[in-house]
Design a protein. Structure first.
Length: 181
């Protein structure tokens, strides 16, 4: 079965249980910053599972965030950063005056998150903060420090919990390193 084989090629780094704990903690941190008029903008596709869990954790913290999505692309089907970031689909919401928290799965070169942050600042948001589940420990091409970070991870290619390689592995409930080859 293809699904079983796919899971075997991945070495777990962060279990589903650890992810769930960190997501609750991140929601707590966001709630402590007392956002008014909070809107979560999830960067597709990679952050859809993280964002889905995070907004329900924010609900448990007593918040009622709005959610919107932006579809950005910088990767092809390989594991190397493409450089240029493109908007495949923008947000629907008018972000003027809003408190935005951008949610992404993983911070790598920094280009995607920096691009989204600059874009939303230009649209007149009152504040734009960033939340990443995984901060990959690599030199950034664009300097950016996330406001909320779930985990730091070594400079390897990871998949699962929404993250893919060539559209595979997103369904894994844990985050793991893809075996070579
Ligand atoms: P950056 O623009 O180089 O920071 O890359 C950020 C985007 O690249 C993320 O939103 C991910 O979609 C993707 N990405 C970077 N590293 C990985 C990885 O290890 N696994 C899966 N996707 C990754
Ligand atoms: Mg992504």
């Amino acid at each position: 079965m293809a699904g079983v084989l796919a899971a075997q090629a991945v070495t777990p780094l962060f279990s589903a249980e650890r992810i769930a704990e960190r997501v609750e903690a991140l929601a707590g941190e966001i709630a402590q910053s007392s956002p008014r008029d909070l809107i979560i903008v999830s960067i597709l596709k990679g952050s859809f599972i993280f964002a889905a869990d995070l907004i329900r954790a924010l609900h448990r913290e007593g918040l009622a965030p709005e959610i919107d999505f932006i579809f950005l692309a910088s990767y092809g089907t390989g594991t190397a950063s493409g450089g240029e970031v493109r908007v495949l689909r923008g947000v629907e919401t008018d972000l003027a005056g809003r408190e935005v928290v951008i949610v992404d799965d993983i911070l790598d070169s920094g280009r995607t998150l920096a691009f989204a942050k600059a874009l939303f600042e230009r649209s007149g948001a009152r504040s734009v903060r960033t939340c990443v589940l995984v901060d990959k420990q690599v030199p950034r091409a664009t300097e950016i420090e996330p406001d909320f970070t779930g985990f730091r991870c070594p400079p390897v290619f990871v998949v699962g919990y929404g993250m893919d390689l060539a559209h595979r592995y997103r369904e894994l409930p844990f985050i793991g390193e893809l075996a070579e080859g």
